[in-house]
Write a protein that binds this ligand. Structure first.
Ligand code: GLN
Length: 487
């Protein structure tokens, strides 16, 4: 029996009942990885040996009759910008090619308390800058539904691994859509929690006021459990929320009766992809038929979100990436003096897109432009947040597409950064406003590429987002389908 194609909750039951072993499961997922990885290239590093050791440990516990936790013995992947003690964490950059963190990110500590099997580090856009995983310094990742297409990004390796069956679950990070958009492109579930719900300690910083770590899974049930595992206050992250983490499994019920759903008119504009619009409108109708009250709302500052994001994120990135100076962290290219050394290190070890962001960021922050760009962007960010505050006075959740199109061809946008940035229109407002959002599959294009539905919640109300998502998911069967990955 093949096991790679099942969600964690089914595998957990099989393990607990001793119908399968973790070694058997881990070997099956590794076999799937061997069948697909040539084509998909979801991983930067596969930690086979330690994975099998972890699986053996889980099996010993099961054999001893001890209770196992939800992810115990179940294999998953970690995005390569999350620090894993003793295991290389490269951010898909030549700059950190040989960086071995001496400590674990808080999410890793929390996960490891559940003793899952870690299969390895997933590919991504360099420093999480991008939306296609083409910006990885090592290799692009391919979409399991069609290997000519991108898997989305920047958590493209995480999403592709879950979609292909070379991981059962994965962690990603989302600064402007990097969990939700690849989830949408790969037909899996991905959630960006509220800013502060999950600790950022040990997540290599891209834009600190926007970054969040979150789950990528086969279905909403696994998503709720993975969020449960990683959420919570952390003394090492002063921006993490002190509010108590609710029991998210309570959300796994089919109930949207009387739920008020807002549909922002600014998100459904002329010229949007017709297949995306049809799939999303069908999903909204479905939710309505299940008892939700759907109403149109307005988020008037939506049109500024891309401009605001592409000033604030690069500004923070330029600052965060200052530390890669050839001295404190990462690679060094020798030079005749210190300035030459730093110049060579940064010129040679950062990729094109990272350098572009650093230039944009430093420009926006420079004296004379600070007020006109960075400060203005912060003000408009506030207006965007206020749009959502107002909307959430009327509705419980907001439903939109996750991405304006299904996955596109590898190479199609890589020479046109602006076009690529425009793809983030539906995802970046949540990061700017700090709100939780999930993407889950709601249909396919005529080319059989997945389409994602985005559900946005009030701050710290992941519970209602999950309940809405679960109710919709259970009304259809997209979550049961997997990409074939043709050889
Ligand atoms: N695509 C967006 C960007 O390039 C989002 C990236 C992210 O969320 N890490 O910045």
């Amino acid at each position: 029996m093949r096991l790679y194609n099942k969600p964690a909750h089914e595998l957990h039951d099989l393990l607990a009942k001793k119908e399968i072993s973790s070694v058997e499961l881990t070997k099956d997922v590794l076999a799937r990885l061997d069948e697909t990885e040539n084509k998909i290239q979801a991983y930067i590093d596969v930690t086979r040996e330690t994975a099998l050791q972890e699986a053996e440990k889980a099996d010993k516990k099961i054999a001893a009759g001890e209770a196992i936790s939800y992810f115990e013995g179940i294999p998953g992947a970690i995005k390569d910008n999350i620090c894993t003690k003793g295991v290389k964490t490269t951010c898909a950059s030549r700059m950190l090619e040989n960086f071995v963190p001496p400590y674990n990110a808080t999410v890793m500590e929390k996960l490891q308390a559940e003793r899952p099997v870690i299969l390895g580090k997933a590919n991504m856009d360099e420093f999480a800058m991008g939306g296609s995983t083409e910006n990885s310094a090592f290799h692009p990742t391919h979409n399991p539904w069609n290997a000519d297409c991108v898997p989305g990004g920047s958590s493209g390796g995480s999403a592709a691994a879950v979609a292909a069956g070379s991981a059962i679950w994965a962690l990603g990070s989302d600064t402007g859509g990097s969990i939700r958009q690849p989830a949408s492109f790969c037909g899996v579930v991905g959630m960006k929690p509220t800013y502060g719900r999950v600790s950022r300690y040990g997540l290599v910083a891209f834009a600190s006021s926007l970054d969040q770590i979150g789950p990528l899974t086969r279905d909403v049930t696994d998503c709720a459990h993975l969020l449960q595992t990683i959420a919570g206050n952390d003394k090492y992250d002063s921006t993490s929320s002190a509010s108590e983490v609710p029991d998210y499994t309570i959300s796994l019920v089919e109930d949207v009766k009387g739920l008020k759903i807002g549909i922002p008119k600014e998100f459904f504009v002329k010229g949007m992809d017709a297949e995306v619009e049809t799939a999303v409108r069908d999903a909204i109708r479905k939710l309505e038929s299940l008892g939700a009250n759907v109403q149109e709302i307005s988020l008037p500052h939506t049109e500024y979100a891309i401009s605001v994001y592409y000033l604030i994120a690069p500004a923070e990135a330029a600052t965060n990436l200052e530390r890669y100076d050839g001295v404190s962290y990462g690679a060094r290219v020798d030079g005749v003096d210190v300035v030459d050394m730093m110049t060579k290190t940064r010129s040679e070890k950062f990729g094109e897109e990272v350098k572009r962001r650093i230039l944009i960021g430093n420009y926006a922050l420079s004296a004379g432009y600070y007020d006109a760009y960075y400060l203005k962007a912060l003000k408009v960010r506030r207006l965007i947040k206020e749009d959502y505050d107002k909307a959430f006075g009327q509705v419980d959740v907001i439903v939109t597409p996750t991405a304006p199109t299904p996955a596109y061809k590898i190479g199609e946008m890589s020479n046109d950064p602006l076009k690529m940035y425009l793809q983030d229109i539906y995802t970046v407002p949540l990061n700017l406003a700090g709100l939780p959002g999930i993407s889950l599959p709601c249909g396919y294009s005529s080319q059989k590429l997945p389409i994602g539905l985005q559900i946005i919640g009030k701050p710290l109300d992941e519970a209602t987002v999950l309940r809405t998502a679960y109710t919709y998911e259970q009304s259809q069967s997209f979550h049961k389908e997997m990409a074939e990955v043709k050889a």
